[in-house]
Design a protein around this ligand. Structure first.
Ligand code: AMP
Length: 414
């Protein structure tokens, strides 16, 4: 046995679980192409500065969780902890807004955070995310939220709760933060949250300590401090969600873990996951383009945790395709078996031949292991007469066909 062990917080993905991953990835591509989203793939690592500027120096993700390293030339690089900052960088660098219409994009891939591993929380995990660039309207937010709810429903996940909030903008948030700091400074908080008051004060709303959870209920909420523009945006967004008939709950403590959010913030949570209950989260990020040196461009998006979605696909059974085992009676028949197998592969069908000389009976056992539907049996007699014996392994019926009629047989049976 190998003495190597997988790094903490990472997972090997293999059958049968991998079938659920393939299903999910295929559904994402199919579903989001209905709304004219196009896929973007950015590098797994970026210059660290991108995440520090984009996500925010004081967030947990940047201050504690980055896989940051220097390459041989001394460049300061980080394995991406999320994909939005990279996507915005790519959009600015490649001028997406001029060349690609509509500017709606999705990504699928691994992300890296030096997090405390537990159920639904890993150090290498996967997200898919969806972003609408350049659209300032509350209707864009509502459509995006609607698609996230509807997508999960279409893949068979029900019983989820949608939480929405507005986190304000650079006009109204500073005034709110002053009030919040003043109130939080007097409040009964854990040591860590006391440290957060002067810095990243909104993070106290995410604290899992029972004491803090009780305390934050009485602290000032951003919804009471929204400026006219943010208030109108939030109201119209909610009206549009009503039109989509998407039920939601307003959660005035929902602040999200990344600094770039403005106005709309939302999350979809599940009762099945325990502490790590968020399946996906997102919102508007109208300042991120400018923050990263790009044009002043509004945007809205979300990221979904694929491991957590997979946990909800427990009843999933993969689509089955018909399989054929090509079985030969004596080693001398192997070459002929290979020629027959080729006729399956080249016609687009699934077939397997065992090359290492295997007893006839053993080959049938293998056919059962792969749950083959048919066995094509090749012996000296079949080779001499130009026929193939085909056994239906489900009904146990056997028939003999002319080898030249194999294509016709495949069309009728596979
Ligand atoms: P965030 O990028 O932090 O807004 O997270 C978006 C979604 O990604 C969350 O709702 C989770 O479903 C998922 N997620 C975030 N961090 C992790 C992690 N360490 N392990 C697994 N899933 C994660």
């Amino acid at each position: 046995m190998s003495s190597f062990r997988i790094p903490k917080g990472t997972r090997d993905l293999f059958p049968p679980e991998i079938d659920r991953w393939l299903f999910l990835e295929q559904k994402i591509r199919e579903y989001y192409s209905r709304f004219l989203y196009q896929e973007v793939r950015t590098p797994i690592f970026e210059h660290s500065e991108l995440f520090m500027r984009g996500i925010g120096d004081e967030t947990e993700v940047v201050s504690k969780e980055m896989y940051r390293f220097r390459d041989k030339a001394g460049r300061d690089l980080t394995l991406r902890p999320e994909n939005t900052a990279s996507l915005v960088r790519a959009a600015v660098e490649n001028n997406f807004m001029e060349h690609l219409y509509p500017p709606r994009f999705y990504y699928i891939g691994p992300m890296f955070r030096y997090d405390k591993p537990q159920k639904g929380r890993f150090r290498q995990f996967h997200q898919f995310g969806v972003e609408i660039l350049g659209d300032p309207t509350p209707q864009a937010d509502a459509e995006l939220i609607y698609t996230s709810v509807e997508f999960l429903r279409e893949i068979g996940i029900d019983g989820l709760t949608l939480l929405v909030n507005s986190v304000g903008c650079r006009e109204c948030r500073p005034g709110y933060l002053r009030e919040l700091r003043a109130a939080a400074g007097q409040a009964d908080l854990c040591d860590e949250c006391r440290g957060r008051v002067a810095g990243n004060c909104l993070r106290i709303f995410d604290c899992k300590e029972e004491k803090c959870r009780r305390t934050v209920r009485d602290l000032p909420k951003i919804l009471d401090f929204l400026c006219e523009d943010c208030r109108r945006h939030f109201d119209q967004m909610k009206d549009t969600l009503d039109q989509y008939q998407v039920p939601f709950r307003i959660d005035p403590t929902l602040v999200r873990g990344l600094d770039y959010y403005t106005k709309t913030a939302f999350e979809i949570i599940s009762g099945q996951l325990g502490a790590q209950d968020a399946l996906l989260g997102g919102g508007r990020y109208d300042d991120l383009f400018r923050e990263l040196g790009g044009p002043d461009l509004p945007a809205v998006g979300f990221a979904a945790g694929m491991e957590r979605i997979i946990l909800h696909l427990a009843d999933f059974s993969p689509p089955k395709r018909k399989k054929t085992m090509v079985i030969y009676q004596q080693p001398e028949c192997l070459n002929h078996a290979i020629r027959v197998a080729r006729r399956f592969w080249e016609a687009g069908h699934a077939a397997l031949v065992e090359y290492a000389a295997q007893k006839f009976k053993k080959q049938f056992q293998r056919a059962n292991r792969i749950e083959a539907d048919f066995a094509v049996i090749i012996g000296p007699e079949e080779i001499r007469t130009g026929e193939l014996s085909i056994k239906n392994l489900k009904t146990r019926e056997q028939e003999s066909i002319k080898e030249k009629d194999l294509t016709k047989w495949q069309k009728q049976n596979l």
